[in-house]
Structure formats: structure tokens, C-alpha cells
Write a new protein. Structure first.
Length: 159
């Protein structure tokens, strides 16, 4: 049986919930967070991010979660299938509002996404590329040796 799609955060009044891709306000707030966080208009322009957030492919799924307080989106993070044969999932496109960084919200978003994957799939592996690998090691990820590229470390968690 799968776990619920909501996860409480240590901060009062904040809920981590699946992003409803039909809710234009939440999608646009998520796109704005991601555009600001990545600051790379060639790779992460608003149109591409909007399409990523609204893609619904049953084989190569994409699922996004947001942390919200009332109507305000404070963080966003995605998970997607890398391929259907190897049971590999990727954590990607994560961002926390600048004024909320350093308060544990990013870690709560990691936990919510990992919990969703392990509740919905029997086994597999989760990959993530991170500038700050410690927060992922704290969630059971191991660094892949010699995978550092441009200051980002590739990590994997098996389940």
C-alpha cells in the first residue's frame, strides 16, 4: 500500500504535496522558483521548465512536489523515471525560495520524494547530481566514485 502524498514539515503551516499541473498559479510559482535558482536561461528557460512540470508520460513518468504555506510555493522538486527497464529514478529540478533556505525545507523535499519512490516501486535505484552531497548522504545516498563533473557529484541510493 502506498504512503500518502503529503508530508508534514518541521515548520508549522508548511505542507509538502504533489504539484497539481492543472493549477496555473502553482505551476507558475514553481517555474519562477526554478528559473531563479538555476539562472541559466539557455538550459532552464521558463517555457522548458513549464513543459517539464506539465508533462504526463505514463512510461517515463515525471512527478513534482511543492512545499507550500497557504497559497505560497516555498520549494519545488521533481522525480522522474530514467528508463523503464532498470528501475532507475532521478531526483531533479529542486529549488527552495531564497528566504527559506537553511531551514530544512530542502531536506524535507528530498525525504518526500524518496518516500514517494519507495512507496510506489518495489525496488530500484535513485540517482541525483548535487553540489552539496552531504544532505543526500544523510538520506542514504552514496557518492559514485570519480563522478565529479563541474563541481557536481553523482550519488545513488538503492532500495
Amino acid at each position: 500500500m502506498s504512503k500518502p502524498d503529503t508530508a508534514p514539515n518541521a515548520s508549522a503551516g508548511i505542507a509538502i504535496v504533489p504539484l497539481d499541473s492543472g493549477c496555473a498559479n502553482r505551476v507558475e510559482a514553481s517555474v519562477a522558483l526554478l528559473v531563479d535558482a538555476f539562472a541559466d536561461p539557455l538550459r532552464y528557460d521558463a517555457a522548458r521548465l513549464r513543459q517539464e512540470l506539465q508533462t504526463n508520460d505514463p512510461v517515463f513518468y515525471r512527478k513534482f512536489f511543492i512545499a507550500e504555506a497557504g497559497e505560497q510555493v516555498l520549494a519545488v522538486g521533481g522525480v522522474k523515471a530514467a528508463d523503464w527497464a532498470s528501475r532507475t529514478h532521478i531526483l531533479y529540478l529542486s529549488a527552495v525560495a531564497p528566504e527559506r533556505r537553511g531551514q530544512g525545507l530542502g531536506r524535507a523535499m528530498i525525504k518526500a520524494r524518496v518516500d514517494w519512490i519507495t512507496a510506489n516501486f518495489k525496488s530500484g535505484r535513485i540517482l541525483v547530481s548535487a553540489v552539496k552531497p552531504r544532505r543526500f548522504r544523510d538520506h542514504g545516498f552514496d557518492e559514485i566514485r570519480d563522478s565529479d563533473l563541474a563541481g557536481r557529484q553523482l550519488l545513488m541510493r538503492r532500495f
